[in-house]
Ligand binder design. Structure first.
Ligand code: C2E
Ligand code: MG
Ligand code: MG
Length: 768
């Protein structure tokens, strides 16, 4: 080739490089910018969905409570106690209601409640300003004959209030409606946090003044948009780092009241620029080597551009996949589920097939994080995700909703019965022990199930009902699954009623205590008693502790009830002591809140002094899961009790996640094996193996062992063979009244019944 031709070819090649560079940069910059604009739009859409979910919950709560016969009777004057019976502070907090107003059709206020500035557990009245606003707007927001609640926003003195107004109707929607029920929720940080959880990107609330201007500095573009908004959304590139998007919220009169701001990072554009630079470097290198082969080089340039375009599409796919995936487990997330469910529902409707939502929560998962650290918690969650995926069929969807909550959507079901076996399969897959850095662990799930179409025909209903069923499963002792039934809704209301009744149970003398003896399994002599609370209501109905203790714990009533139990047991011991009844130590069950609210050891020592009894006669049982809530304060309280001579027992052992290394740091004396293991140990070799392992743990840590729930001679025999020291259960005696217990203690004055007088039997000697 001639030199001139070569120079011309080189120049031509250079021109081509510049052209390729410019065109590639142009194409890529545009496609990345459009990916990011898309991403910002999607992100803003997720913010909007998050807000809509919040407002929907408020609407559902207003409809539930407004379309209720009891509410109807209240507004028509036939049920004056309706509010006191059904609405407590904790009930309103559970429903996330800050404001409640009920009025008649003329706007006359019948109920005016605010929780905003009220102290914990207390209720306040609405301020006159807020009351005026609600009276002005609520009645007109919802037509007199409407069965649908309306949600609107209001500008209030220090922020924004979302309110939902529902006509008060009978539950069969017959009218005419005598009034209106309004629930309100302030835009607070908790609400923004929940929206962030749904949108999976940072969200900020910007309040606007009465002229629609932002109080804070928002920059020129946003300020101009606020002055004259062509639409209610704005997407803006900000300092090359983030792309910010804004969603305008309007009040009941259509005036701008606040803006939700959301930002996504500019990572895609930066990546795009970096990609272009590398493309050009590659081009130059290629041209320098093959400068004479113009044609080949051109080909390469076009090919590189095609690769870059493909990369951009891959990148786009990756971004939208990431937004819908949970980072830890790789499972689809809540956002994905919200998008997918309507499609699955449509398909199920078209095929007339059934579909089930299984809402799964891991019992006591918090204990794993607390005792073994977050890394172990993450490992457990990842393992659970794999097991869930493996336990269901390929066309079922497994989603991580956040924290320790998962949802399985089981599709194309021939009938509702198969859901039972799916839930069983999931539970079985979870209980197989898992090795977490040398600690053996298993997850026990509680599952709530809703089935399409009978339990709901849209996403919100199905999720809400599965969640209600899940709460029910937890109330029933966890580790089980429950199908949603309409009565569960009613039960939720009944639960509020029960809390109120429990508040009065102490004053009305409805509580009492029974005692169950615990036996030495070798000598078959009783060695201690357990105090168990009983609640018999004035109408004779009996409420078991498994039902009211969780309510007492959630409402904080357990502190007063626990004090009462301790005092009753103290009084009983001192009475028996006066009557020279041979005394046995009595175990009292205590809840975690009792540690948190009172200095238990000083209460016990003052009580023992006052009543003239030995403090070491009082033992304390905490459940394994409570013991796992390891804080220095708790450990200190337990140690202080032991310093008084009291013993500490870990109740329901085997149902939590205790590890050996963790147990040995606890100041405890005894483990009580949960009765679930004892129940089947004579027939189930797995349960027998667990009990054998627990005996080993207790021995290696020098702890005493008690088996709970012994009901048969076979179980007793099995436990004796395994060398378990003590036990209690219906086989020996059910819990009995103090009177019957006293008779039993008297009988013990006779000679020992079996060989082997253990040191514990010395406690039987009457204290004179
Ligand atoms: P827990 O402390 O594990 O008490 C043992 C439970 O098993 C008691 O139920 C007892 O009646 C029952 N039980 C005993 N032997 C057998 C048996 O052979 N078979 C069967 N199936 N059950 C047996 P209860 O009295 O209904 O109490 C349930 C739980 O309520 C207790 O479990 C305890 O956690 C809680 N609880 C009871 N009293 C109090 C209290 O005063 N304060 C607190 N915080 N919790 C209490
Ligand atoms: Mg107990
Ligand atoms: Mg127990």
């Amino acid at each position: 080739m001639h030199k001139k031709t070569l120079i011309a070819a080189c120049l031509g090649a250079l021109v081509l490089i510049v052209a390729v560079f410019a065109s590639t940069r142009y194409v890529l910059a545009h496609s990345f910018a459009s990916i990011e604009a898309d991403e910002a739009r999607q992100s803003l859409e997720r913010v909007r969905q998050g807000l809509e979910m919040e407002l929907h919950q408020l609407r559902a709560a207003a409809e539930d409570n407004g379309h209720w016969d009891a509410a109807f009777d209240f507004v028509t004057g036939h049920r004056p106690n309706f509010i006191a019976e059904n609405f407590t502070r904790s009930g309103l907090d559970t429903m996330r209601v800050h404001v409640m107003w009920v009025g008649d059709n003329a706007g006359k206020t019948l109920v005016s409640i605010s929780t905003r500035r009220a102290a914990t557990g207390k209720l306040d009245e609405l301020s006159s300003d807020l009351l005026n606003l609600i009276q002005k707007y609520a009645l007109t927001a919802v037509p007199p004959d409407s069965t649908i609640a309306q949600v609107r926003l209001l500008r209030v003195a220090d922020g924004v209030l979302a309110f939902s107004a529902a006509r008060v109707l009978r539950s069969n929607y017959t009218g005419p409606s005598p009034g209106l029920l309004v629930f309100g929720h302030f835009f607070d940080q908790a609400l923004i946090d929940r929206i962030e959880e749904t949108s999976q990107s940072p969200v900020k609330l910007i309040l606007l003044d009465a002229h629609g201007r932002a109080g804070a500095d928002v920059g020129d573009t946003v300020a101009r948009w606020l002055e004259d908004p062509p639409s209610d959304t704005l997407i803006q590139t900000n300092d090359g780092e983030t792309r910010d998007s804004y969603l305008m919220l309007r009040d009941v009169e259509g005036r701008p009241v606040a803006v939700l701001a959301n930002s996504v990072s500019h990572a895609a554009l930066k990546l795009g620029r970096r990609t272009i630079t590398w493309v050009v470097v590659a081009l130059l290198a290629g041209f320098a080597l093959l400068v004479c082969l113009l044609l080949t080089t051109m080909n390469r340039g076009w090919r590189t551009s095609a690769v870059a375009r493909r990369q951009s599409i891959d990148q786009q796919r990756k971004f939208s996949r990431l937004a819908r995936r949970d980072v830890l487990t790789g499972l689809p997330n809540r956002v994905y589920l919200q998008k997918l469910l309507p499609r699955l529902i449509k398909r199920a409707a078209r095929d007339s097939s059934r579909m089930a939502l299984l809402y799964i929560d891991l019992d006591h998962f918090k204990n794993v994080n607390d005792s073994l650290g977050h890394a172990a918690g993450d490992k457990l969650l990842t393992a659970v995700a794999h097991r869930l995926r493996a336990a269901v069929s390929a066309h079922d969807v497994v989603v991580r909703m956040g924290g320790d909550e998962f949802v399985v959507v089981a599709n194309m079901l021939p009938n509702a019965q198969v859901v039972n076996s799916i839930a069983d399969r999931i539970r079985r897959a979870m209980v197989v022990p898992l090795d977490l850095d040398g600690v053996s662990m298993f997850a026990s799930p509680s599952i709530g199930i809703s089935v399409y179409p009978q339990d709901g025909t849209d996403t919100e209903q199905l999720l809400k009902h599965a969640d209600i069923a899940l709460n029910h499963a937890k109330d029933r002792g966890r580790g089980n699954h429950q199908f949603y039934t309409p009565e569960m809704n009613a039960r939720l209301r009944e639960r509020f009623g029960l809390e109120r009744a429990l508040r009065q149970a102490l004053e009305r003398n409805e509580l009492s205590i029974e005692y169950q003896p615990c036996f030495d399994l070798q000598t078959l002599r009783p060695v201690s008693l357990e105090a168990l609370i009983r609640w018999r209501q004035a109408d004779g109905s009996y409420i078991p502790p498994s039902r009211f203790i969780p309510i007492a714990e959630q409402s904080g009533l357990i502190v007063d009830i626990g004090d009462w139990v301790l005092r009753q047991v103290g009084l009983q011991l001192s009475e028996w002591q006066r009557q020279h009844v041979p005394l046995l130590p009595v175990s009292v069950n205590i809840s975690v809140q009792q540690f948190e609210h009172v200095q238990l050891a000083s209460v016990v020592s003052v009580l023992a002094d006052e009543l003239g009894i030995d403090a070491s006669l009082l033992h304390f049982e905490i459940t394994e899961s409570a013991a796992m809530q390891n804080s220095q304060q708790h450990l200190g309280s337990l140690q202080a009790l032991r310093n008084l001579g009291s013993r500490i027992l870990i109740d329901d052992f085997g149902t939590g996640y205790s590890s050996l290394s963790y147990l040995k740091h606890l100041p405890i004396d005894t483990l009580k094996i949960d009765r679930a293991f004892v129940r089947d140990m004579a027939v189930d070799s797995n349960d027998a193996a667990i009990v054998r392992a627990i005996v080993g743990v207790a021995k290696s840590l020098g702890l005493q062992l008690v088996a709970e729930g012994i009901e048969t001679a076979e179980q007793l025999e099995c436990l004796r063979k395994l060398d378990c020291e003590c036990g209690q259960g219906f086989y020996f005696s059910p819990p009995v009244s103090a009177e019957s217990c006293r008779a039993m203690l008297w009988q013990l004055r006779g000679p020992p019944r079996a060989v082997g007088d253990t040191p514990k039997l010395r406690l039987l000697a009457p204290t004179t």
